[in-house]
Design a protein around this ligand. Structure first.
Ligand code: NAP
Length: 315
């Protein structure tokens, strides 16, 4: 029986593990993939406190994650690599099922994050890995000297588009409106990047090609007109990177935890509607999803559990 089980080892889960382990609580972190969650595939983290950047380098998400994971291990939290398949969160003993085991605890922190939203157009699934990608750090280098399109208009789309210009010969951001959602400082950097171009009031309605992505249909959101964009014949293919927001990994908790738009609802101490169940990070309903807000949630959840266990609240 653990004191705390943390589901997810992104910044929220790792910080919860750090605080929980450091409070001498018997802590288990369960994660199905690599530590870091979304930042594991983020090239540059410019705005996490202490992460100084200079002309040559900015801290990458994977470097930050490595330091976080080492710090968590130092304070004694156990970590299991497994996929959580079922949770039983009511009652005093919480049960977390994986394919191989059932783990029990007095408290649970749900920190299972979010995943990229899809365009949802014909061809998108078929061409994923054959031209369509959701991860610039993973795939941008495949497009060295090719043309690339980036779908989206938020911070992620513009930052990742700038990263892709290090590889591609031309990058065009396709946005459904006539102005970016991205913050001023990011827009300013983008405007100085000569390889970066913008296609406004446009949505991708079809992705196509012969084996590899080489054709796409784009619709003008103002006139409704559709046009087909073909790869340069010399290239024979182009890349489409999609960054149009994220959706929470909350399916497992439906029917047990209170949600809004599939995000889990909690109070400012990260307590959900169920006693002994807390939430942290991008899966929680909140206005800003940043690494720093995720780590903050994780710290608050773990400190609240320490308090609730010590005060007998969870007995
Ligand atoms: P986001 O801010 O929600 O932006 C999503 C973008 O995709 C919006 O421009 C939206 O268009 C567009 N979009 C949504 N659904 C679409 C669809 N079906 N078809 C076409 N376009 C669609 O998401 P994000 O950029 O991933 O950022 C998520 C959070 O992380 C934000 O809070 C952001 O500030 C933060 N973030 C911060 C940094 C940083 O500070 N360095 C870096 C990355 C992310 P509309 O504008 O028309 O709604």
């Amino acid at each position: 029986m653990y004191d705390v089980i943390i589901i997810g080892a992104g910044p929220a889960g790792l910080t919860a593990g750090l605080y929980s382990g450091r409070s001498r609580l018997n802590t288990l972190i369960i994660e199905k993939a690599a530590d870091g969650g979304q930042i594991a595939i983020t090239d540059e983290i410019e705005n996490y406190p202490g992460g100084l950047s200079n002309e040559e380098s900015t801290e990458s998400g994977s470097e930050l994650t490595k330091r976080m994971s080492r710090q968590v291990a130092q304070f004694g939290a156990e970590r299991v690599s497994a996929e959580v398949t079922k949770v039983e969160l009511e009652g005093k003993v919480k049960k977390v099922h994986t394919y191989d085991a059932v783990y029990e605890s007095r408290a649970v922190i749900v920190a299972s994050g979010a995943y990229p939203r899809l365009i949802g157009c014909p061809g998108e699934k078929e061409f994923t890995g054959r031209g369509v990608s959701y991860c610039a750090t993973c795939d941008a280098s495949f497009f060295e000297d090719f043309e690339v399109f980036v779908v989206g208009g938020g911070d992620t789309a513009v930052e990742e588009a700038m990263y892709i210009t290090k590889f591609a010969r031309k990058v065009t951001v396709i946005h459904r409106r006539d102005e970016l959602r991205a913050t001023e400082s990011i827009r300013e950097r983008a405007s100085k990047n000569e390889k970066l171009h913008f296609m406004w009031n446009s949505v991708v309605t079809k992705l196509d090609g012969d084996g590899l992505l080489s054709r796409m249909t784009v619709k003008d959101t103002v006139t409704g007109e559709e046009r087909v964009i073909e790869a340069d014949p010399e290239d024979g293919l182009f890349g489409v990177f999609v960054f149009i927001g994220f959706l929470p990994n909350s399916e497992l908790y439906q029917g047990q935890l209170e949600m809004e738009d599939n995000y889990i609802v909690a109070d400012e101490r990260m307590r959900t509607n169920l006693k002994g169940v807390y939430v942290a990070g991008d899966i929680r309903i909140k206005p800003f999803r940043q690494v720093v807000t995720a780590t903050s949630d994780g710290a608050i959840a773990a400190m609240q559990i320490e308090h609730d266990l010590a005060s007998g609240e969870l007995d």
